[in-house]
Ligand binder design. Structure first.
Ligand code: ADP
Ligand code: ASP
Ligand code: MG
Length: 471
């Protein structure tokens, strides 16, 4: 029987320049015997540039839009020239030239008819992964590996929600149809993450950071042995390293912990990544492509019991809270249903909900439909909006069974105004809201007490036999 494949997803910073591509080839080389299937993001910064170019085109400047991409297109060419022999580099150059011509045409259409932009935006943005995957397949071949480019659009089938499409069940079969024959032929399939297509073969994308999700979908379709997310940090860390510089690698997480972390802002994993892994019980491993031997995080169905109750602190900024107050709520039924129907109707997802007798507070991170939403909410009661808020979420399976956790957490930040406290329905998280201006300080203090002092106390424990402080 053949071994099960291993999905290896490389993010944008793992393919930012020629050296990064070299590292990827070296990592794949060490995994040739585990049937690797490679999923790759656009090179770092290119998706942002593509999106900006669409804005320029919508504003009417089609020429400027295409020109704005030239430096990034040149980066692809430079990588090809540095890593590939002349013939292979020339064929990549042609692919890049053809991509530019197509993008140019799309920019022109958008400039002339801005209303056409959602599907055309996806068509343009998909060129990021379209180019990186062809380039990576060529680089692998140059390294003596059997890299074989796969058209991601043919694998991932989605609905028509451009910019944030939902995969259809037929993805499983189409992915197997495209990839299994290559694996049987001993090839290393390489496909772009993030992109899919509708039943009518129109290109879609899965939402920002969606290449992780592609990796999980492909893993589930192929019944993979493991889904590996190769990124620029050593696994999932105890907090966002951009806020807490000494955040530490978490060795093992449960699916549920990882899902909550991703949902509440840990950018290292796209929030939808975990579900396909759960469906097929496939382990997910998060590794550092810059230091392949550094610590990594393994995400499995049950995490091992660790002495710490808290595994990580996640946060999500740019949150808006909406409070609806109405005396009519008291003892009435149907109020919450009416409220959520309004959010449904305006296609606005709600993250956290807290209720009191006469008010409901909700948090949202997409405010694009707020102007239409508020008048409808005002039919139910008084509406108050607060912007620039941050959700902080303390995550760990042990929270379920640890008494007094909330008081200990909040005592560390008792001078910071906290609202919308909720213990997540899953009971692996304790979530609350602070003003964005105080978020960094709150996270740093919480990290200190949950992880840094814990270490000191742990050292103390052996000497002085003091109890471990559990937070
Ligand atoms: P990629 O391009 O590989 O997909 P991302 O930028 O999407 O990488 O995700 C990795 C980044 O996520 C890290 O560089 C880090 O800044 C950020 N991040 C936020 N929270 C965490 C966390 N808890 N653990 C690890 N990384 C985190
Ligand atoms: N390139 C896409 C983005 O930047 C998808 C990804 O990197 O996962 O959002
Ligand atoms: Mg990412």
């Amino acid at each position: 029987m053949r071994a099960k494949p291993t999905i290896m997803k490389f993010g944008g910073t793992s393919v930012e320049d020629a050296n990064a591509f070299r590292n990827v080839a070296a990592i794949v080389k060490t995994a040739v015997h585990s049937q690797p299937v490679i999923v790759v993001s656009a090179i770092a910064g290119f998706t942002n540039a593509l999106l900006k170019s669409v804005e320029k085109a919508i504003a009417g400047d089609a020429k400027g839009a295409t020109r704005s991409l030239d430096a990034d297109l040149a980066r692809h060419n430079a990588i090809a020239k540095e890593l590939l022999k002349a013939e292979a580099a020339t064929s990549i150059e042609q692919v890049i030239g053809a991509a530019r011509a197509e993008i140019r045409q799309l920019h022109r259409i958008i400039a002339a008819h801005p209303v056409t932009s959602p599907p055309l935006q996806d068509e343009i943005v998909a060129f990021g992964e379209h180019l990186s995957s062809q380039l990576l397949a060529a680089v692998l071949r140059e390294a003596g590996l059997a890299g074989s480019y796969v058209v991601a659009r043919r694998c991932i089938r989605t609905n028509e929600e451009y910019g944030s499409a939902t995969p259809l069940p037929s993805t499983d079969e189409s992915t197997r149809t495209e990839i299994s024959p290559l694996l049987h032929a001993g090839k290393i399939p390489v496909l772009g993450g993030f992109i899919g297509s509708t039943d009518k073969r129109v290109t879609t994308t899965l939402g920002r950071g969606g290449s992780d999700y592609t990796a999980a979908l492909v893993g589930a379709a192929l019944d993979a042995r493991e889904i590996q997310i190769w990124t620029d940090v050593s696994g999932v860390l105890t907090a966002d390293p951009r806020v807490v510089s000494n955040a530490q690698t978490i060795p093992v997480l449960s699916y549920q912990e990882a899902a909550e972390l991703a949902y509440f802002g840990a950018k290292v994993l796209h929030p939808k990544t975990i579900q396909p892994a759960i469906d097929k019980n496939i382990p997910v491993r998060v590794c550092n492509s810059r230091e392949p031997k550094a610590a990594s995080t393994l995400i499995v169905s049950k995490s091992e019991a660790t002495p710490q109750t808290v595994k990580a602190i996640a946060h999500k900024s740019g949150i808006t809270t909406v409070q609806i107050s109405s005396a009519r709520m008291l003892g009435a039924y149907g109020f919450l249903r009416a409220l959520f129907e309004i959010f449904d109707r305006h296609r606005t997802a709600v993250d956290v909900v807290t209720t009191s007798e006469v008010s409901v507070s909700l948090s949202i991170d997409d405010t694009s439909n707020l102007p239409e939403l508020v008048p409808d909410l005002e039919q139910l009661g008084t509406v108050e909006i607060e912007k620039d808020r941050t959700i902080i979420s303390i995550i760990g399976e042990g929270l379920r069974t640890t008494p007094g956790i909330a008081s200990r957490v909040f005592s560390v930040i008792n001078d910071i105004n906290v609202s919308m406290i909720s213990v997540g329905a899953s009971s692996v998280n304790l979530t609350f809201m602070v003003d964005e201006a105080h978020a960094e300080e709150a996270i740093k203090r919480l990290h200190r007490v949950c992880f840094e002092e814990q270490k000191e106390l742990s050292a103390d424990y052996t000497d002085k036999k003091v109890g471990l402080r559990r937070v």
